[in-house]
Design a protein around this ligand. Sequence first.
Ligand SMILES: Cc1cc2nc3c(=O)[nH]c(=O)nc-3n(C[C@H](O)[C@H](O)[C@H](O)COP(=O)(O)OP(=O)(O)OC[C@H]3O[C@@H](n4cnc5c(N)ncnc54)[C@H](O)[C@@H]3O)c2cc1C
Length: 423
Amino acid sequence: MGSSPTRFVIIGNGAAGTYCAEELRKNDPACEIVLIDDEPYTLYNRVSLPRYLKGVLLEQRVYVRDLEWHTKDRIDLRLETKATLVDFDHKTVAVEPGGEIAYDRLLLATGGRPNPLRVPGAEGQKALFNFQYFDEAKAISARIAESKVGVVLGGSFIGYELTEAMAFRKLETHWLMRGPHFLRKALDADGGEVVRLLAQDEGVHFHAEESIDQVEARNGSMRVTTSAGATIDADIVGVGLGLTMNIDVFRDTALQTNVGILTNEYLETNVPDVWAAGDVAEFYDVVSQRHHRMGTWDNSLNHGRHVARNMLGAKQPYVEVPTYASGMFKSNISVMGVTTEEEPRAEGLVEVDLEGRNYKRLFFLEGGDGQDRLVGAILVGKMKGRKRILELISTRAPIEERHQVFEMLATPEAGAKRATPSE
Ligand SMILES: Cc1cc2nc3c(=O)[nH]c(=O)nc-3n(C[C@H](O)[C@H](O)[C@H](O)COP(=O)(O)OP(=O)(O)OC[C@H]3O[C@@H](n4cnc5c(N)ncnc54)[C@H](O)[C@@H]3O)c2cc1C
């Protein structure tokens, strides 16, 4: 690299990419930083989009960084610019528009794109939406304002967020999901029932094990035919059907990918001088001792800051217990560590109070020493005990009696606070 400043190129200006750029500048005043993104916006908080959709948060409050911040920190931000090819041998990124950018060190933080609804009649419907980008949030919000009936398909968090926003804005809201209940791989039937009751309390029509078979345009709105043979005339349809990772650009290269981009615990890929971070990184997690991807804001932010230090020469493993916290209608949900969604061998233990709409599920795995360990948990309703759960997961403390963990959670803990994703 000689005496010229190191040039860091980052593809993706989401939380992972932007916080990496910030940390690079903090630690290396001389380096060059080029940040490329195909969207037209500086960093905005995707976690804030549901509140924007509900109409309780103004557009300006969704942005996390503005253009001036990039200028002040000398970050060469290229918006509406797509990386179309990476030549790892010659260390260049082809961008459109703009030609070619050479890098010394490269971060891939390209996140994922939402899967579309693929049923007859769905393609080209103007009031049928995914929910990932700011532009989509703006279009959905405008459409809700002129709608009476909404249909949502999706039994995970995006499906929930769309349902909640439509119900909050007083639409007759139908929530469809293919599985028997919300988060079908992580919750059991009791947990699913608590979420169904919370939805019902807000007037939502809940349709489990029911999907969309067909969509037809009708007088400016849509007729939705469901897999149960029912029809719903809807003014708006929203879908949350998971993400496909943005790794197409790296196809036919030496970069190792699976669902996302494979990295070790230092977030290094198999290609020299190339790292990956955020949603797209399928990283080796030293806490759960396995490769996995996280789709959370805090993980992307922490990945971004952490990978910057490794790109500058440190070699520190990324060590964090994964967490996801969200509203759940007028209640809360928190997911920590590993659940049966990622680790089907994990055994769950449940405490439920349907009346109070409270639910706790703890996940245990037997370690190589024959001792049980708490590896994850889901709480719906009361968040008490969250801090203690995180401690038990991160310290990998052996558990003698599984049910005793519930008793530990019931005792007061110092400094515990409500879980919200940081912004
Ligand atoms: C509606 C919604 C609600 C959410 N709620 C929560 C929540 O409550 N709690 C929580 O923890 N998480 C939540 N999340 C998830 C969280 O927001 C994401 O995990 C996080 O923002 C991902 O950040 P990232 O930097 O990894 O990727 P992204 O934010 O996806 O950024 C990647 C960027 O790279 C761009 N890009 C991709 N390919 C290219 C290319 N070839 N060239 C140029 N640019 C490219 C993309 O367009 C994108 O702008 C929510 C997400 C959404 C959509």
